[in-house]
Design a protein around this ligand. Structure first.
Ligand SMILES: *Cc1c(COP(=O)(O)O)cnc(C)c1O
Length: 371
């Protein structure tokens, strides 16, 4: 049986735009062109315009977007294998995988416990002579960019890369996340704020040279057909996903407003000393990909909610430095990160969550006795 209050009903999200999505898919089916066609070009154009950047390159997924940015910087001689990249320790594993797959060295920064985001203080103490880049992650949909971080990057000549997988449409003083650093990787995995009906991603940047190398690397490393200056891979955004994304991009701001309305209800309604609500900052700087709360007895809370038909998730149960794929780091002590992973619980959140569902979650949380 499906839960009374699902964490996220992708079916309902898609249903909302079903007629337009079917129209877009039918158009591609009829076109006979399924990769590298008009839909891709138009989506790239629309997404670049939406973000206020010069270039958007559609790729196969968010991990590839981040990995291709780093690889392109290596090809351009602006990064070298062995260089250090500072990245938040509490991010999703994909941010870290993109760094290590390029032979670069992730340096894990503790986040600020109040915001869950990497901050200037955390970054500054980790800068070494080998540091060449900072990857910020707008985790949970909250903007992680600050003037302080930009200033540090300028002062130390570090590349600033944004992982914008969770924050499409998020603003920093009127500018979109994904347009704030040297380059940004975006994921359009179905569950993200701007989600395709399969895997999809994009790289955005104002740097035309970088965009050209990313485009080439994503297409076997070819500059033109059958001419390959790089050892590339195949990471293209297909036409059906591009067409779906063009439909959904038009509704992204409205969907983010719907998420904010849910967040406002949670923040105004949840009153339980055993549950810590997130510090959300400016409303425009949060698009609530996730609504995270903290509880000492997180696992009990999750079971309790589950018993009431309320589905929650944990983002994330195991931090990257405790994963089996990074055994060398398993002994590292990162108490802030570990604390978040031990206590975080993500409440149901989506643009299609109904008022009664939100009320049911609030009611259940307020009745919880924290045991
Ligand atoms: C989803 C996500 C990614 C990876 O995107 P995929 O499209 O799933 O490859 C990278 N970073 C963060 C923070 C994410 O949430």
């Amino acid at each position: 049986m499906s839960p009374a209050v699902p964490f996220l009903s992708l079916k309902a999200v898609t249903q909302k735009y079903a007629a337009e999505i079917h129209g877009a898919v039918d158009r591609v089916v009829a076109s006979g062109r399924y990769v590298q066609g008009e839909e891709n070009r138009l989506f790239e154009e629309a997404y670049a315009r939406y973000l206020g950047v010069r270039h958007a390159v559609g790729v196969a997924n968010g991990l590839d977007a981040l990995a291709l940015i780093l690889r392109a910087y290596i090809e351009l001689g602006r990064l070298r294998p062995g260089d250090e990249v500072i990245v938040p320790a509490n991010t999703y594993i994909a941010s870290i995988l993109a760094i290590t797959e390029n032979g670069l060295v992730p340096v894990l920064a503790e986040p600020d416990i109040a915001t869950f985001q990497i901050d200037g203080t955390g970054i500054e103490s980790l800068i070494s002579p080998k540091t060449r880049a900072v990857m910020i992650v707008h985790l949970y949909g909250r903007c992680a960019f600050t003037e302080g971080i930009a200033e540090l990057c300028r002062a130390h000549k570090l590349l600033l890369i944004e992982d914008n997988a969770q924050a499409h449409g998020c603003l920093y003083h009127g500018r979109k996340t994904g347009s704030l650093g040297d380059a940004a990787g975006h994921s359009f995995y179905p569950g993200k704020n701007l989600g395709a009906l399969g895997d999809a991603g994009a790289v955005t940047t104002d740097d035309g040279e970088l965009a050209a190398v990313v485009r080439s690397l994503a297409n076997y490393g070819s500059s033109k057909k059958y001419v390959c200056p790089y050892r590339g891979r195949n990471s293209r955004l297909d036409e059906i996903q591009a067409a779906v994304l063009r439909v959904k991009l038009a509704y992204l701001d409205g969907d983010n407003e719907a998420r904010r309305a849910v967040a406002k209800k949670y923040l105004g309604g949840i009153q339980n000393p055993a549950i810590i609500l997130p510090n959300i900052g400016e409303w425009e700087s949060h698009v609530f990909h996730i609504f995270p709360v903290l509880a000492q007895k997180r696992n009990q809370l999750q079971d309790y909610l589950s018993g009431k038909g309320i589905e929650t998730l944990i983002h994330y149960p195991i931090p990257p430095h405790k994963q089996g794929c990074y055994k060398d780091w398993n002994g590292l002590s990162l108490p802030v990160t570990e604390g978040i992973h031990a206590q975080e619980l993500s409440l149901p959140m989506s643009p299609v969550l109904q008022d009664e569902e939100v009320d049911a979650v609030i009611g259940a949380l307020n009745q919880w006795e924290g045991r």
